[in-house]
Design a binder for this molecule. Structure first.
Ligand code: MN
Ligand code: MN
Length: 321
């Protein structure tokens, strides 16, 4: 497998820590586009290990793994799929961020110079990257189209998540045609590549898709596991809560939440450990004991969990002043 060449003047395109398929494939896709536009110094990178789904995608389309970057110091970076300090490389403030391509809330990253900051409420960053290909009249080759499609289907749970926008629905079939795959079949293949949760450790389930947030000074970790059937997950609740407590202590967080999304039932279990459980209970009008709560219709951390907690913690902070 060949490695991407790193040069002095290299600009790295990089997604968030605990990278998912969108972070990896948007980086690969955007770097490819910039190369096609003549910007040879742009290279894809990753801020952590690949998950099993992303590994499957890269192998399927024979795409090389982007280089691992663990420090931003002195580097020139284009961020994809994140713009919050807590989700970026730890020393992101010592790097130079040149652009941001994003579909999450506007975060807390302070950038001193004027930059391209493209943020839209679509289902995946890859949708915005795909659109850039078409706007620039550059046809993504099959592996790049396949990788971008994988990212869209991964983030939107095969276009079923409430985060799915019309732009995602338009880009997906165009990319599928270029990649030579069927959207539904390829979606099922991707979901299967996530692996059987029975074979994964509680620790891995909590850490694989873990994001840290700063809610009015409260450092909160929110993990999400999306599975066709969440019952086996609920059965391992005690083990998961223990893993959450360990991660909370290690990362010095105030609160750790696990969202166990049941794709078939179209809802999510919510379990929480730490301080501020009263805020969580108030926010979701639930009791957040060991049993947790099942939130009907809730499938998106970004759209249905994070904004609710942000408002709840802001309200709690106000009440305490
Ligand atoms: Mn992501
Ligand atoms: Mn994303």
């Amino acid at each position: 497998m060949h490695r991407y060449l790193i040069m002095e003047e290299t600009i790295h395109v990089i997604g968030h820590k605990n990278p998912d398929t969108d972070s990896i494939c948007s980086a690969i896709g955007y770097a490819f586009l910039r190369n096609a536009l003549g910007d040879d110094e742009v290279r894809p990178a990753r801020a952590g290990n690949l998950n099993s789904e992303t590994r499957h995608v890269l192998e399927r389309f024979s795409l090389p793994e982007p280089d691992l970057i663990t420090s931003a110091t002195g580097l020139r970076l284009i961020l994809v799929d994140h713009n919050e300090v807590a989700q970026a490389l730890d020393d992101i403030r010592h790097g130079t961020v040149l652009e941001v391509w994003e579909h999450h809330r506007i975060g807390d990253l302070q950038i001193p110079s004027p930059i391209t900051f493209h943020c839209e409420p679509v289902g995946a960053t890859a949708t915005l990257i795909a659109e850039q290909f078409f706007l620039n009249d550059i046809e993504p080759p099959p592996p790049i189209a396949g990788a971008l499609l994988a990212a869209i289907l991964s983030d939107t749970l095969v276009l079923a998540s409430p985060t799915t926008s019309n732009k995602d629905r338009r880009m997906a079939p165009r990319l599928a045609a270029l990649a030579g795959v069927d959207v539904a079949e390829f979606g099922a293949e991707l979901m299967a590549a996530r692996g059987d949760i029975a074979t994964r450790s509680a620790r891995d389930l909590v850490e694989a898709d873990f994001k840290a947030f700063n809610f009015s000074g409260n450092h909160v970790g929110i993990a999400q596991v999306e599975v066709p059937d969440a019952r086996p997950l609920a059965a391992r609740r005690a083990e998961l809560l223990e893993a959450m407590r360990r991660v909370k202590a290690e990362q010095n967080l105030r609160l750790v939440i696990l969202i166990g999304t049941d794709i078939t039932r179209k809802g999510s279990h919510l379990w929480a450990v730490g301080e501020g459980l009263d805020v969580v209970e108030h926010a979701f009008k639930c009791s957040s004991g060991e049993e947790g709560v099942f939130l009907e219709g809730c499938m998106s951390r970004k759209k249905q969990i994070v904004p609710v907690l942000e408002t709840a913690f802001a309200g709690a902070a106000l009440a305490n002043t």
